[in-house]
Design a protein around this ligand. Structure first.
Ligand SMILES: NC(=O)C1=CN([C@@H]2O[C@H](COP(=O)(O)OP(=O)(O)OC[C@H]3O[C@@H](n4cnc5c(N)ncnc54)[C@H](O)[C@@H]3O)[C@@H](O)[C@H]2O)C=CC1
Ligand SMILES: O=C(O)CCC(=O)C(=O)O
Length: 444
């Protein structure tokens, strides 16, 4: 049996029921086969892949909190410190009722390769809880965040593990988490990113993941001799990544016609009115349905469906496995030729394989959405030197980072004879740096 198959079998046996984690590991190791086969003996001897697929540390804890009616609740908290070969653990916290250990492990595993691709010194980690922020008051959110941090604080630090936002965690939550960390430790340090601008946050971090995604799309189009102007774009989600993806796409003259949330999706043939979306989602914390209620001529549909519209480019920005094989076929049939992932693993394995086999341009999340974590690393740098850079400085660095990621991914794919296969390119380029750092540091 090949070393990859042996490790995949062990991962399946050791992590039963963790389907997203197994899916992510299989996708990465399958695409790394040519690299691993070339070094199989040494990697096997060093148990390299076993170490890479086993988190350095998993922390699970109880999060008790009391709601506005005096009712107590208990959620489960997680932090998975996956790989610190190239820097302190870095990655977001997700608050969503679907959160479980397998989801946090898949995200932490992916984060390790993504962070490597940024070229910055950050290792991979991820955390979160099965807490559902939907419908909770600000006070309830604060109590939950304080309780979560009351356990988490002993495991993190500016030079050890630096969490940030993800689904359900934005500026409000980071503020409450930071306040509690400072209260418990007495330290005013860059222990979290995505902070507010008055207490150590970086300009452009809020926009970074979405802007970075569009900068990546630009590189893909330029490389294919195409322009952005006038392209029709389908975006899913309506949170942080979807909103700032839409903003940057519109700045480049593209027309975004869809957005969604977990209840349904909207189709605006005239192009999304982003001010209205920001008002609904960022200010009122409402549902995307309200957009269609406020605007005549906009369609609203319950459930899934964003990928059924006619578009040139599809940018999934909601959550994992939101785009399956049927969706992929429909996109292709409707003329879509480019897909870039704003979310983490939004395309199923079957959809990803279809994109690659049918000759569509496809950029996986670990490269396409890396602008968020890269800008978090820029926030860490600013915190260390006790300085704040201007919006333009950060945005320019972000843009250059995305150009460099595209180059690395493109070159890695070419080096192994798989030109245009950015899944292989991203996995190979991310992997090679982590391997070199792990090898240099011995069997740890
Ligand atoms: N915030 C960041 O900087 C980064 C986020 N990501 C990824 O981007 C994706 C979106 O994250 P954010 O925009 O930050 O979160 P968010 O909480 O601001 O927004 C999430 C959006 O996805 C939708 N959504 C969540 N679960 C869903 C489900 N089960 N079905 C349909 N829609 C669902 C929500 O309704 C919401 O519109 C996630 O996959 C996250 O891991 C990736 C890189 C960085
Ligand atoms: O900014 C960060 O540290 C993490 C962003 C994130 O969660 C991600 O890249 O998926």
């Amino acid at each position: 049996m090949s070393y990859v198959d042996e490790v995949l079998q062990k991962v399946a046996e050791k992590n039963p029921g963790e389907k997203e984690f197994q899916q992510a590991v299989k996708e990465v190791l399958d695409s790394l086969r040519p690299v691993i086969e070339a070094n199989e003996e040494q990697y096997r001897k060093d148990a390299l892949l076993e170490r890479m697929t086993e988190p350095e540390r998993i922390i699970t804890f109880r999060v008790p909190w009391v709601d506005d009616n005096g009712q107590a609740h208990v959620n489960r908290g997680f932090r998975v410190q996956f790989n610190s070969a190239i820097g302190p653990y870095k990655g977001g916290l997700r608050l969503h009722p679907s959160v479980n250990l397998g989801i946090i492990k898949f995200l932490g595993f992916e984060q390790t390769f993504k962070n490597s691709l940024t070229g910055l010194p950050i290792g991979g980690g991820k955390g979160g809880s099965d807490f559902d922020p939907k419908g909770k008051s600000d006070r309830e959110i604060m109590k939950f965040c304080q309780s979560f941090m009351t356990e988490l604080y002993r495991h993190i630090g500016a030079d050890t593990d630096v969490p940030a936002g993800d689904i359900g965690v934005g500026g409000r939550e980071i503020g409450y988490l930071y306040g509690q960390y400072k209260r418990l430790t007495g330290l005013y340090e860059g222990v979290l990113t995505g902070k507010g601008l008055t207490y150590g946050g970086s300009l452009a971090r809020t926009e970074a993941t979405g802007y970075g995604l569009v900068y990546m799309v630009r590189e893909m189009l330029l490389n294919a001799g195409m322009t952005m102007e006038g392209k029709t774009v389908a975006v899913s989600g309506s949170g942080n990544v979807a909103i700032y993806t839409t903003e940057k796409a519109q700045q480049y003259g593209m027309k975004v016609v869809t957005l969604s949330d977990s209840n349904g999706w909207i189709y605006d043939p005239n192009g999304i009115d982003l001010d209205l979306v920001k008002q609904i989602k960022e200010v009122r914390r409402g549902r995307i349905k309200e957009y269609a209620e406020a605007k005549p001529g906009v369609e609203y549909h319950e459930g899934k469906g964003v990928w059924s519209v006619k578009c040139d480019i599809a940018l999934p920005c909601a959550t994992q496995n939101e785009l399956d094989l049927e969706d992929a076929k429909q996109l292709k049939a409707n003329g879509c030729f480019l897909v870039a992932e704003g979310a983490n693993m939004p395309s199923t394995r079957e959809a990803t394989d279809f994109f690659l086999e049918s000759g569509m341009m496809f950029m996986p999340g670990k490269a396409a959405n890396a602008g968020g974590v890269a800008t978090s690393a820029l926030e860490m740098s600013q915190n260390s030197e006790r300085l704040s850079w201007t919006f333009e400085e950060v945005d320019e660095k972000l843009h250059n980072i995305m150009i460099n990621i595209f180059k690395k991914v493109d070159e890695a794919a070419k080096k192994y004879g798989y030109e245009g296969n950015y899944v292989m390119g991203a996995n190979i380029a991310g992997f090679e740096k982590v391997v070199e750092a792990m090898n240099a540091q011995g069997i740890v």
